[in-house]
Design a binder for this molecule. Structure first.
Ligand code: G3P
Ligand code: CA
Length: 339
């Protein structure tokens, strides 16, 4: 199981505290999203704009950094990581991204700083020793085309960070993922780590847009597209709807052939993102009217495990691990009954 942005159902995302809690909850991997500072440091934020997950808006010393930028075709107003040095980012504090859905998490606002990738690597090494099992890192590289245009190519920074840390290995301790295909092809040439191609229904990877490549995600997930992905990647990270779409009423529908097609191409399948709250669940799995209340996430996990996925990105690693263990126990019991 992969702790999505750590254990972001319980702590502000992408903080060391969030990653550490994910490991203690049983996650096999923690998932840092990586962006880059003005002075070339890899730090863990979900997007270039940092106003939604830090207290930068309340800092008068950075008021003049507020600006408008277009990221992968979308206009954003706020503060952008590439305008800050690491030393400046160090002065900021992380805050909960979804205060209305995750009100309890807001008690941690201001408790934690912005983590560097180096710190995540060190944390996972420490946790692996402490918990006596490997805590892997499933690192998503965010917006390579955008950052390259800003003069901050991510390829060199990522390759250098993994080599310097001594974790450029096919053993799976570190997996590299991205939505951008060209970035992953470069990583395949430079590094020996496993690679996952992320895909999102109804979108086009930014590198394909930039080069005028007419393919969309829907083309990438055909059997032919998957065979091509398998030429440079080991896994596929689809959004959940590509595996089990919701029907017209918003209920969990019927699985597509994606898992079987990806497996036939030799790719593992790790869909995203599983979350306990009603707000994120299919209509038939919600319980009560409170969007922030927990619904039947175990029903959702069970459906995806039955569909044959190999792992899942989850904001709630504890429930994902419980669901996986329950399925294992039920399968063992059914074999015993049959025998
Ligand atoms: O890496 C899987 C998932 O994290 C991709 O989506 O937007 O949550 O980074 P996002
Ligand atoms: Ca991610």
């Amino acid at each position: 199981m992969i702790g999505h942005r750590g254990a972001s159902g319980y702590r502000p995302e992408h903080t060391l505290a969030s990653y550490e809690l994910a490991a203690w909850m049983g996650a096999d991997y923690v998932e840092p999203d990586l962006v880059i500072t003005a002075d070339g440091a890899l730090v863990t934020r979900h997007e270039p704009e940092i106003g939604g997950t830090t207290d930068v808006a309340s800092r008068p010393e950075f008021a003049d950094r507020r600006t408008t930028r277009t990221v992968d075709g979308e206009v954003h107003d706020g503060w952008f990581v590439e305008d800050f040095t690491l030393a400046e980012l160090r002065t900021l504090r992380a805050v909960e991204r979804l205060p209305h859905v995750r009100r309890n998490n807001t008690i941690y606002d201001g408790h934690y700083g912005i983590a560097t990738f180096e710190e995540v690597l060190a944390l996972c090494a420490r946790l692996s020793a402490r918990l006596d099992r490997r805590i892997g890192i499933y690192a998503e590289i965010k917006n390579p085309t955008y950052f390259a245009a800003a003069g901050l190519p991510l390829e060199h920074a990522v390759v250098r960070a993994l080599r310097d840390a001594g974790v450029d290995s096919p053993d799976g301790a570190v997996v590299v993922e991205s939505f951008e295909t060209a970035f992953l092809r470069t990583v395949r040439e430079e590094l020996s780590v496993p690679i996952t191609q992320l895909v999102e229904q109804g979108t086009v990877p930014a590198d394909l847009v930039a080069t005028g490549d007419p393919r969309t995600t829907e083309d990438l997930v055909t059997p032919e597209g998957l065979a091509e992905i398998a030429g440079y990647a080991d896994g596929l990270g689809p959004d959940k709807d590509l595996v089990i779409p919701r029907d017209a009423d918003g209920k969990l529908g019927t699985p597509t052939s994606l898992v079987a097609d990806a497996h036939a191409a030799g790719l593992l399948v790790h869909p995203y993102t599983f979350r306990n709250e009603n707000h994120f669940l299919p209509a038939d799995l919600r319980r009560g009217d409170d969007p922030s209340g927990y619904g039947d996430v175990f029903g959702e996990y069970a459906a995806f495990l039955a569909a044959g996925v190999d792992g899942m990105f989850t904001d709630n690693p504890d429930t994902a691990v419980a669901a996986r263990d329950l399925r294992g126990r039920l399968l063992r019991e059914s074999w015993m009954m049959a025998g």
